[in-house]
Design a protein around this ligand. Structure first.
Ligand code: NAP
Length: 295
């Protein structure tokens, strides 16, 4: 039987509706407007499109949203000064610096400069450390989106065998940490695979829930998946362009073959992607409430 398709577009839509109501209530009852600034350095087309998507969603939800475009010859000192300004701006609750940054700027220094309480991307080491000990304020957006997809699709994670393919700091490691916590929507037994893993298929075939973030088109084939498994495909690979010039995307999972074997699967596009921006919005609303002393 073909797998159920877990639609990130649909789940993200539900969460955005909840956030819209929450933002209206925050304004009406507490005069609080969540504020998000996205800082874009240079003119990388992919970065422009990501930042535009984030700003568009923030505006749709009724946020105070600010896009700060900077030339790619900006110095690190000036960029750090800007971050300091937003760290101290009471209208701003979330600061997002779009990566990658030009080579002359030290990305780590820049991310470390963001006030952890305004780090709605969840990449500051303070927030990653808090995640490790199960006390996260802000979860990194893509891993948080994966967890929400599981929760809202009624997938039982407690006691499940989860296998994560990929150990990046932005997806693989944080999603592993989220799902192994002794908490609701987690409490799984998690294995993490990477390029040093011997016989990866022997791990993936054991997975009740398989999460793939390798950045390799169709790396997961049907023979690597257990019958009935839940498959979450984080990968976004550009494999060509359509006649109209639009990028053709595919995930890290061979969707057509695996959907015949899995119990449920996320598509690419329309799976994890829409969840990422939505989690950024969720973190910003949370930050606005924290700054207003409401939580
Ligand atoms: P990354 O930093 O390149 O990390 C990839 C990880 O996968 C590494 O840990 C690598 O292992 C592992 N890996 C690569 N090929 C493998 C293989 N054949 N077998 C086993 N492990 C393998 O990538 P990332 O930033 O985590 O992103 C992963 C994918 O998710 C990309 O396609 C990216 O575009 C996508 N993504 C999507 C969203 C979204 O919103 N939907 C957000 C972020 C990322 P080593 O550590 O050994 O090198």
């Amino acid at each position: 039987m073909a797998a159920k398709i877990i639609s990130g577009t649909e789940v993200a839509g539900q969460i955005r509706e909840e956030l819209r109501k929450e933002v209206t209530e925050l304004k009406e009852k507490h005069n609080v407007i969540p504020g998000l600034v996205t800082i874009l350095v240079g003119e990388n087309p992919a970065s422009i499109s990501y930042v535009t998507g984030k700003q568009k969603t923030a505006k749709e939800l009724g946020f105070y949203s600010l896009q700060d475009n900077q030339p790619d010859n900006i110095t690190e000192e000036v960029l750090l000064g800007l971050i300091d300004k937003y760290n101290n701006d009471p209208k701003i609750h979330g600061i997002l610096v779009q990566l990658p940054l030009p080579k002359h700027i030290n990305e780590t220094e820049v991310l470390y400069a963001i006030n952890p309480k305004k780090d709605v991307d969840g990449f500051h080491p303070v927030n990653l450390g808090k995640l490790m000990i199960g006390e996260a304020d802000y979860l990194p957006c893509t891993p948080a989106g994966v967890q929400q997809l599981l929760i809202r699709s009624n997938v039982e994670t407690s006691g499940a065998e989860v296998v994560v393919v990929g150990r990046s700091n932005i997806v693989g490691k944080p999603v592993t940490n989220i799902l192994l916590q002794k908490q609701k929507g987690a409490n799984a037994t998690v294995t993490i695979c990477h390029t040093g893993t011997k016989d990866m298929a022997s791990h993936t075939r054991r997975a009740d829930i398989l999460i793939v973030a390798a950045g390799k088109p169709k790396a997961i084939t049907a023979d690597m998946v257990k019958e009935g498994a839940i498959v979450i495909d984080v990968g976004v690979n550009r494999i060509g362009k359509s006649e109209s010039g639009k990028a053709i995307l595919c995930g890290d999972v061979d969707f057509e073959a695996v959907k015949e074997k899995a119990g449920a699967i996320t598509p690419v596009p329309g799976g994890v992607g829409p969840m990422t921006i939505t989690m950024l919005m969720m973190n910003t609303v949370k930050s606005a409430k924290v700054h207003a002393g409401l939580v």
